[in-house]
Ligand binder design. Structure first.
Ligand SMILES: [Zn+2]
Length: 92
């Protein structure tokens, strides 16, 4: 639960962070990035109850501009590039 609150505080003070950046700021090992994504999903529910909204700027292929619908992407289905801009999260 503490991780969820930390993420909310962080996104409220500086929006537009990727899961990787959140890991770095909160000193979470990159291997635990999955937990951060899970906590972000839970944070979205907590925020909704407070009348706020967690907004995701979806991952995007830096080569062809393809926008993903999922949160975590590693390879572009259109051009097969692995040069992916990670999803960024904001509180709206
Ligand atoms: Zn692409």
């Amino acid at each position: 639960m503490a991780l969820i609150e930390d993420i909310i505080d962080l996104l409220e003070s500086e929006g537009g962070l990727t899961a990787r950046e959140i890991c770095a700021i909160l000193r979470i090992e990159p291997e635990r990035e999955k937990e951060v994504y899970a906590a972000i999903t839970k944070a979205a529910k907590v925020l909704k109850r407070k009348g706020k909204r967690l907004v995701m700027q979806p991952p995007k292929c830096k080569k062809c501009g393809f926008e993903f619908e999922k949160v975590k992407a590693t390879k572009c289905p259109r051009c097969k590039s692995q040069w992916i801009e990670e999803a960024r999260f904001f509180i709206g």
